[in-house]
Design a protein around this ligand. Sequence first.
Ligand SMILES: Nc1ncnc2c1ncn2[C@@H]1O[C@H](COP(=O)(O)OP(=O)(O)OP(=O)(O)O)[C@@H](O)[C@H]1O
Length: 341
Amino acid sequence: MIEFSKISKVFKTKDREVHAVRDVNLTIDQGDIFGIIGFSGAGKSTLLRLVNLLEAPSTGTVKIQGTDLATLSQKDLRQLRRRIGMIFQNFNLMTSRTVAGNISYPLKLAGTPKAEIDRRTAELLRFVGLSEKARDYPEQLSGGQKQRVGIARALATNPDILICDEATSALDPETTADILKLLKRVNEEFGITVLLITHEMNVIQSICNRVAVMEQGQVIEQGDVYDVFTQPQHPTTQRFIQSVHQDIPSEQILKEWQKSGGQHLYRVLFKGSLTHNPLLSEITQKHQVPFNIIYGSVRELQNKLFGNLLISFQGNDVQVNKVIDELSQQVEIEEVQLHES
Ligand SMILES: Nc1ncnc2c1ncn2[C@@H]1O[C@H](COP(=O)(O)OP(=O)(O)OP(=O)(O)O)[C@@H](O)[C@H]1O
C-alpha cells in the first residue's frame, strides 16, 4: 500500500550536497506495523516526510494505494493527507486549546458538522482513556497523556495510515510500553497501517511485524521482525539486536571459562517448534558427548519462540563433530571463535 521505488533525496546547501536517502525500495503492506530503525542521521525522518510529500523525492516514486504521489493535484494531495495521521516525539499539541480542542481541530478544518465533531471527539477520548481530561490543557498532562492526545488527534479523520516519528523517544520505559500497546490497538481494531521510525530496537521488538534498517540513507536490511531478529545479516543490525538481546557473554566471562578448561563452544539457534524438541539431549546421548550450556535464553517474538544457546561439548573431536553434523541438519549452529588468552 505504500511503495517506495528507487527513492533518493538530496539536500543542496550552499557549499555541499547531502544524500539523505539513497535508492530506497520498500513496500509497506496494508495492516503492517512497519518499523524503520537507524542511528541519528540515517535518513529515517526524511523518508517519513516523503510519504505525505512534506518533501518531494529528488528521484524515484512514492505510491500510496497504487497512486503515484507526484501525479496528484494540490487538492488531491490535501485529500490524501487526511488519510494519513501523524504523531511526533514532542507531541506538537496546541497549548492554547484544551485536550478536546486539540482532538477536534482536524475535524473543524475538514468542515465536519458540530454534532459529528462532538460525537467523534468523545469517542476518541474514550478510546485513548482520557475522557476525564477533555477540558484540561496540554500543560496539565504527563508526557504519556500528551501522546495519547496526539494519537486521538491523528485518528480524528479516520486515516488509513498512521505515521509515528519517534513517538516514544521522550517517554519513560513504562509509559513507552503503554503507548506501544495503544498503537497496537489502533492497528488491530481499526486496521490502520502503522509506519514508525525509531532508534530503539525494543520498540520494533514490541509491536512491529516488519522492519527496515537504515544507514547513511540506505536500507541495509529488511524483512519480517522474527527473521531479522533471529538471523541479522548486517553488522549494524547485529548491533541493534545486541542492544535488546545480548546473545553472547562478555569477553571476561568467556576468558574465565576458557581458563577453566572450556573448549568446543558453539552457538545453537532453535526456532519455532524446534524449541519444544529434546533434540540436544537425544543427539548428544546418541554419540555419548556430554554438554554444558554456558549461556543463553529462549524468548518469545511475534508469537513464536526462539532459543539462542551457547553450548560447550565435551569429549573427543570425532564424537563432537558427529554431534555438530547431526545438529546442523535441524538447527543453525556455528562455532564461537574465542580469542587466544
Ligand atoms: N532540510 C535539510 N537540509 C539539509 N540537510 C538535511 C535536511 N534534512 C535532513 N538533512 C540531512 O540528511 C541526513 C538525514 O537526516 P534525517 O533527519 O532524515 O535522519 P534521521 O535518521 O531521521 O536522524 P535523527 O534520528 O537524528 O532524526 C542528515 O545528514 C541530515 O543532516
